[in-house]
Write a protein that binds this ligand. Structure first.
Ligand SMILES: NC(=O)c1ccc[n+]([C@@H]2O[C@H](COP(=O)([O-])OP(=O)(O)OC[C@H]3O[C@@H](n4cnc5c(N)ncnc54)[C@H](OP(=O)(O)O)[C@@H]3O)[C@@H](O)[C@H]2O)c1
Length: 262
């Protein structure tokens, strides 16, 4: 069974492997190697059941992932076996992303997610950065608003999906979770992971399999090499892998168990 790890003082305990859900709801303006059909409800339910059986309890989603969040709400929303990580800050409509970090937008997005996910409180909410992390965190009301929503009991853990070392390090001081990119080819954000290893804050890894471009890595077994590379860092809480392929999901579960067993 996939082991779990605690996130700061939030009371949340997440599996070391999480399931990313972009492909559950969005197939335009994405950077995957191949185009794909969005899976139907039966296919999503089968993937979720397979993940659940392996001990995975973490689902990563966002209002900007097309229909993904609403579908999760419909399929598992009120099942608290699942911890659902949502986002604020990015809207996606008609193929275009827009970033809005006002207090009103942040509050409205959280209310919409509570409704979509059929929850009284959201487990984890991350600020979806536009890349200008320090500006987003220091010059807009989004972080303060998220922390207030946590005090109000509407969310249990707050964090950021960051894109810079400076942003990730700042977020570690104020928030519970930082989601950062780290893989065999892109290691710039390693200082954030190292800093987190000296705290009890959560680190979620996005794009750990290079968004599916595993063939760009030089290793013989790039999948296993990716898992070794990521879990060599004690600061990593969970790797969020996006897949809609049950064989790939099983390979990911097996790779995690192989790497953590050593
Ligand atoms: N907050 C943000 O800004 C942000 C940005 C990007 C991603 N994310 C989150 O992180 C998650 C993961 O990111 P990502 O989807 O970009 O990258 P990823 O997990 O590195 O890669 C996903 C791609 O890898 C393929 N894949 C998965 N397992 C595989 C395996 N065992 N063998 C071969 N290919 C495999 C998937 O294809 P198949 O479906 O065919 O398996 C999919 O195309 C997303 O779903 C999302 O939840 C967040």
């Amino acid at each position: 069974m996939t082991p779990h790890v605690k996130i700061a003082d939030t009371g949340l305990s997440v599996s070391r492997l999480g399931l990313g859900t972009v492909k559950f709801g969005r197939n335009e303006e994405v950077k995957y190697p191949e185009s794909f059909e969005i899976p139907d409800d039966q296919q999503v339910l089968a993937l979720l059941s397979q993940a659940h059986d392996a001990g995975i309890n973490l689902l990563d989603t966002a209002p900007a992932y097309g229909s993904a969040q609403q579908r999760l709400g419909k399929l598992v929303g009120n099942n608290d076996d699942w911890l659902i990580c949502s986002k604020v800050g990015e809207r996606f409509a008609n193929g275009i992303s827009e970033y809005v970090y006002t207090e009103a937008e942040t509050r409205q997005t959280v209310e919409n997610s509570l409704r979509d996910l059929k929850r009284e409180a959201l487990d984890i909410v991350l600020i979806h950065s536009n890349g200008d992390d320090l500006h987003v965190l220091q010059e807009t009301p989004v972080m303060e608003t998220l922390l207030r929503l946590k005090q109000e009991g509407k969310i249990r853990a707050a964090g950021v999906s960051s894109k810079t070392v400076a942003g990730g390090l700042l977020a570690l001081q104020h928030l519970d979770v930082v989601m950062c990119m780290y893989n065999l080819l892109e290691t710039d954000e390693l200082p954030v992971i190292l800093a987190a290893s000296e705290s009890d804050k959560g680190i979620f890894i996005k794009k750990g399999l290079m968004s599916g471009h595993l063939d760009k890595a030089s290793q013989d077994n790039p999948l296993l090499a990716s898992y070794r590379h990521i879990f060599a860092q004690p600061g990593v809480s969970s790797l969020i892998v996006g897949t809609i392929n049950p064989q790939h999901l099983q390979q990911n579960i097996d790779a995690l168990n192989t790497v953590l067993a050593v």
